[in-house]
Design a protein around this ligand. Structure first.
Ligand code: WQD
Length: 341
């Protein structure tokens, strides 16, 4: 049996992708996580949902010696899916060097390992934040990348550039760059979802925590040049993102890629404002959300949403969930957490 290595497999998108791999493929899975923003509870939940087992390794990818030691014994690696990275825009504004060190050192070490061991299929978690404040929306994969608005977005731009030069030097090495828009929601079972270790920075977990009285919601600005003054994002269900990773893996394994560093936007193509997201949650949950309007958050892009034509046509991928589904699944997961399950 061939093996897929998933870094950050105990994390939000990583855990949902492992569920898709175990459910829909015959691959063995090895997850690597240093639990900087996750716990082993995610692994227990994956095993309960899929009734499948998989190997887990706990070490820091920034430690090159440890990486080579821990991975040297793994045979028949068909591909690597690299999720592990810090991902908070505001946190990166406060601690840029932690982001540049962690996100780039881990990537460099992993790329070196892949090349040294002739692993030719690699998927990189990129992000819509590479676009910055684009001149034209929706953004396509050819849209000019503006200056990154945060160190987080900058590490994703730099990660893509590193990969492009590596792929130029190594034509037999194939890397799919997946630019996620805003992954939200939770697995349809309600048994796993976003589980931030500390106070979350991103919108949807703050919404669901506010709905159960565990947080308070501030809308960061309502005077932007958008239809209701609040920022626009392309929210996409985490399970749709996970599905795209399996399709991207087979895209490489079946050698359908036309270049050795293809890029795909993973968004629904729908721009949704912060206030519209709040109203969708209120509609599906029946809960009225108290929120205040605060100043804009430093590092925020005003509006970004995807043209996802390329991912739909090249990867044969189609997002299944709409905004209400995303909010309903996030709410179901929050209620699971509240029930102590
Ligand atoms: C969304 C909108 C905030 C919190 C994401 C993540 C990650 C990345 C894409 C993949 C913004 C507003 C938020 C709050 C608010 N994708 N907001 N009050 O900033 O788009 O960052 O980039 O890696 O998903 O890094 O996501 O959820 O933090 O913010 O008004 O309490 O919600 O201003 O407009 P963001 P977010």
């Amino acid at each position: 049996m061939q093996t897929i290595i998933v870094t950050g497999g105990a994390g939000y998108i990583g855990s949902h992708t492992i569920i898709e791999l175990l459910t829909n493929t015959a691959f063995n899975v090895v997850s690597i996580d240093n639990f900087s923003n996750s716990t082993t509870a995610a692994y227990d939940r994956i095993k309960k949902i899929t009734n499948k087992n998989f190997e887990t390794l706990n070490f820091d990818l920034c430690n090159e010696a440890e990486l080579n030691k821990q991975l040297s014994g793994i045979k028949s690696i068909a591909g690597i899916i690299h999720f592990a990275a810090y991902k908070s825009v505001p946190e990166s504004m406060n601690d840029p060097l932690a982001y540049y060190h962690n996100n780039l050192t881990s990537l460099n070490n992993l790329l070196k390992f892949a090349l040294k061991n002739n692993i030719t299929n690699f998927i990189f978690s990129s992000s819509c934040s590479v676009y910055g404040n684009a001149d034209k929306l929706p953004v396509t994969e050819q849209t000019e990348l503006k200056k990154a608005e945060s160190p987080y977005g900058h590490t994703k731009q730099m990660g893509e550039d590193i990969i492009r030069f590596v792929c130029k030097a190594e034509p037999s090495f194939n890397v799919v760059l997946l630019r996620y828009f805003n992954p939200v929601g939770a697995h349809i079972s309600g048994q796993i979802g976003e589980f931030p270790l500390n106070r979350p920075n991103n919108l949807v977990p703050i919404i669901t925590q506010t709905a159960v009285g565990k947080n308070s919601l501030t809308v960061f600005g309502n005077k932007f040049d958008t239809r209701d003054g609040s920022c626009i994002r392309d929210y996409i269900h985490v399970s749709d993102i996970a599905d795209a990773h399996v399709k991207a893996l087979y895209y490489l394994i079946d050698k359908k890629n036309k270049s050795n560093v293809p890029v795909f936007n993973l968004g629904t193509g729908n721009g949704v404002s912060v206030l519209e997201a709040i109203h969708s949650f209120e509609k599906v949950s029946g809960k009225k959300l108290d929120y205040t309007i605060g100043p804009p958050r430093e590092g925020d892009v005003i509006a970004v949403y995807a043209d996802n034509t390329l991912a739909r046509t090249e990867l044969n991928w189609q997002p299944k969930y709409g905004l209400d589904d995303m909010m309903a699944s996030a709410w179901k997961w929050q209620q699971t957490l509240e029930a102590g399950n």
